[in-house]
Ligand binder design. Structure first.
Ligand code: SAM
Ligand code: SF4
Length: 342
């Protein structure tokens, strides 16, 4: 059943979401679960406790939240997590979003471990785009970085996604010194050979981990770009995928190389997004703690888009100008990336 709304057109809350710093919000990242079948060393602790199911948004609540954001001008929704493919109702959610007027693009970020069997049904349900996380092409190393993952499952998932008709799939790779920084050229070569785009991400200090010291494993994007440029001269582009990545092209390939540099190259002035966590907390900024409790609004006013519009407008008012990530101090943000979904 479509969520009800009584907000009159022209009430001022619809079709535009502009924050206090003049940034237009058009992109929602919806974390549909905090659970995951991997335990990546930069993202999670080895022993994780997850939220009780009653605290997570239901499928109907996620649809109502999405509807509210679309009514306020959001045109792209990315489903993330945790690992979105472990959510049993993912296909139903994608199908409902695909039928939502005004939403131009539904994207997914996944570790791809379950993609071999889900790629085709996801395409049929109406998913537009896929980003796949891949930090190593060496099976042993992949295992040690993800703690539980099998590289072959991910490679099979990439094959299945391409067979299902997904194009311009993007790989995401978090680079850690001494762990996988020597594989950057191999990963670029893999992306070129498979006609994939690839983005290299600087690790963010989210959540308390003791597996490695983030300050000593930090690799600035500029270092990677210099290494890649020596083998494949890079041409900067002004292209954007509506995110924080800066893109480069190579003369002899369709592959785009992106870098996401939250530490070395602040991109907050272009931020066009908000995030909703799996338990319905609307986070206007990944690098700060401000939140609006959409779940409380949803449970006080079940199915009401209107109640959410006020909460979303409030989040736009409190969205900070920028994040303040620091590697030389304990993390100020103790929630893990798996809560907010990358
Ligand atoms: N499980 C899915 C996946 O791994 O693609 C989606 C959720 S994951 C949190 C989204 C992205 O965040 C992944 O590309 C992951 O590599 C990245 N990520 C997780 N923790 C990070 C951190 N501390 N710093 C930078 N990127 C991180
Ligand atoms: Fe899971 Fe993704 Fe976090 Fe890895 S990065 S632990 S796959 S949520």
């Amino acid at each position: 059943m479509a969520p009800e709304s009584t907000t009159p057109i022209g009430s001022g809350l619809e079709s535009r979401l502009i924050d206090a710093h003049g940034r237009r919000i058009s992109y929602l990242r919806l974390s549909i679960t905090d659970r995951c079948n991997f335990r990546c060393v930069y993202c999670m602790a080895e022993d994780m406790s997850f939220l009780p199911g009653t605290q997570l948004l239901t499928l109907a609540e996620m649809v109502t939240v999405s509807e509210a954001f679309v009514r306020m001008g959001v045109r792209k929704i990315r489903l993330t997590g945790g690992e979105p493919l472990v959510h049993l109702e993912l296909l139903g959610l994608v199908a409902q979003l695909a039928a939502m007027p005004g939403l131009d693009e539904i994207a997914l970020t996944t570790n791809a471990a379950l993609l071999a069997r889900l790629a085709k049904p996801l395409k049929q349900a109406g998913l537009d785009r896929i980003n796949i996380s891949l930090d190593s092409l060496q099976a042993e190393r992949f295992k040690s970085l993800t703690r539980t993952g099998r590289l072959q499952d991910v490679l099979d998932g990439i094959d299945a996604a391409q067979d299902a008709g997904f194009v311009r799939i993007k790989l995401n790779c978090v680079v850690l010194r001494g762990r996988n920084d020597d594989e950057v050229l191999d990963l670029v070569e893999f992306a070129r050979s498979r006609d994939l785009d690839i983005s290299f991400i600087e690790e963010m200090p989210l959540g308390l981990i003791d597996e490695h010291d983030r300050a000593s494993t930090f690799v600035p994007s500029a270092e990677l770009l210099a290494k890649i440029d020596q083998r494949y001269p890079l041409v900067p582009t002004t292209e954007t995928s509506g995110g924080p990545a800066r893109y480069y092209r190579m003369a002899d390939s369709a592959t785009r190389i992106g870098v996401i540099s939250p530490q070395s190259h602040n991109f907050c002035n272009q931020c066009n997004r908000m995030r909703v966590t799996a338990n319905g907390q609307l986070m206007p900024c990944l690098g700060n703690t401000e939140a609006v409790d959409l779940r409380a609004l949803l449970r006080q006013h079940p199915g009401s888009v209107d109640a959410l519009l006020q909460g979303i407008a409030q989040a736009a008012r409190i969205k900070p100008e920028q994040h303040h990530f620091r590697l030389d101090a304990p993390p100020q943000i103790v929630r893990f990336m798996s809560m907010t979904g990358g």
